[in-house]
Write a protein that binds this ligand. Structure first.
Ligand code: C2E
Ligand code: MG
Ligand code: MG
Ligand code: MG
Length: 279
């Protein structure tokens, strides 16, 4: 019985792996069709100034409306697109879409438009030779000034090898702002500040969670705002979900924040409506 049981378990284990592998291959194939048939869209989440609740930037986040699966999270499909290389094309599409949207808002709203558009860039895109030229041509094509664009990179992406460090330097040379995303969760967060030009730290949600309880989170969040201020960088607290967290971050010296408390990612954020002010 034991042997038979083990055999059954063994086979089941295999079939689960096959399902995962099959699912992965299926997603990979469907990504191509999704790009060709326009199943992706971009939503925008506000980044607000804590003292007055003003929306100073927005972060562009890609969404996939799958015809039969419904909503598929980027956490699921971005790694697949990274692996099969489609992220290069998808990422360029997100960049064009977001920059074009930023220009439309500037034309429509003037000074009420957000100052900056933040776009996530993956390891594979950064490693691509000529990625800075892609960004330069998107800026030229859309007419968006380089200073209005923030490129968000993660520590892992920068250490992805190839030309990544040079690419980041080239982007900065263009006048594009560089943000370190999920800051503090990688392997060499502080070291990276000496390696690449950085304009903004996006302090990871994991440090914001629990910030209202005196403890490790608050200590780390405090240390990070000191590093940021000391180096003359902008710091954004990510994943702020409550008024209490916002108030505490403001008290610790944070001036920028992002999270469901201020607004979820949506196609058309309201730049003119009432703001959630902290003080
Ligand atoms: P990220 O760049 O760190 O983006 C922030 C994520 O946190 C977003 O998830 C956002 O919806 C979510 N978020 C914002 N505020 C809150 C909050 O208060 N609470 C909680 N629980 N979550 C919050 P999303 O849109 O699912 O994206 C996940 C990740 O997928 C992004 O993390 C980014 O790494 C990647 N991603 C999304 N769009 C793109 C893209 O266009 N290109 C690339 N390369 N990666 C992307
Ligand atoms: Mg990001
Ligand atoms: Mg982030
Ligand atoms: Mg994050």
């Amino acid at each position: 019985y034991a042997a038979k049981h083990a055999g059954v378990r063994h086979r089941r284990h295999h079939s689960e792996l096959d399902v995962v592998a099959g699912e992965h291959a299926l997603l990979a194939a469907e990504l191509r069709a999704a790009l060709d048939t326009g199943q992706f869209r971009v939503v925008y989440q506000p980044i607000v100034s804590l003292p007055d609740g003003r929306i100073v930037s927005v972060e562009a986040l890609v969404r996939w409306d799958h015809p039969t699966r419904g909503f598929v999270s980027p956490v699921e499909f971005i790694p697949v697109a990274e692996q099969n290389g489609l992220i290069v094309e998808l990422g360029a599409w997100v960049l064009r879409t977001a920059c074009a949207q930023a220009v439309m808002w500037r034309n429509e709203l003037g000074e009420a438009a957000p100052e900056r558009m933040s776009v996530n860039v993956s390891a594979r895109q950064l490693a691509e030779p000529g990625f800075a030229d892609v960004v330069a041509s998107v800026l030229a094509w859309t007419g968006l000034g380089a200073r209005h664009l923030i490129v968000e990179v993660t520590e892992t992406a920068v250490f992805g090898g190839g030309q990544t460090v040079q690419t980041v330097k080239d982007l900065h040379e263009l006048g594009v702002k560089i943000a370190l995303d999920d800051f503090g969760t990688g392997h060499s967060s502080l070291g990276l500040l000496q390696t690449i030009p950085v304009d903004m730290l996006k302090v990871d949600k994991s440090f914001v969670d629990g910030i209202t309880m005196a403890g490790r989170h608050a200590v780390i969040a405090t240390a990070l705002i000191q590093v940021s201020n000391g180096l003359g960088l902008m710091a954004v607290a990510e994943g702020v979900e409550t008024a209490e967290q916002a108030a505490e971050l403001h008290r610790l010296g944070y001036r920028l924040a992002q999270g469901y408390h201020f607004g979820r990612p949506v196609a058309e954020p309201d730049f003119t409506g009432t703001r959630v002010a902290v003080v």
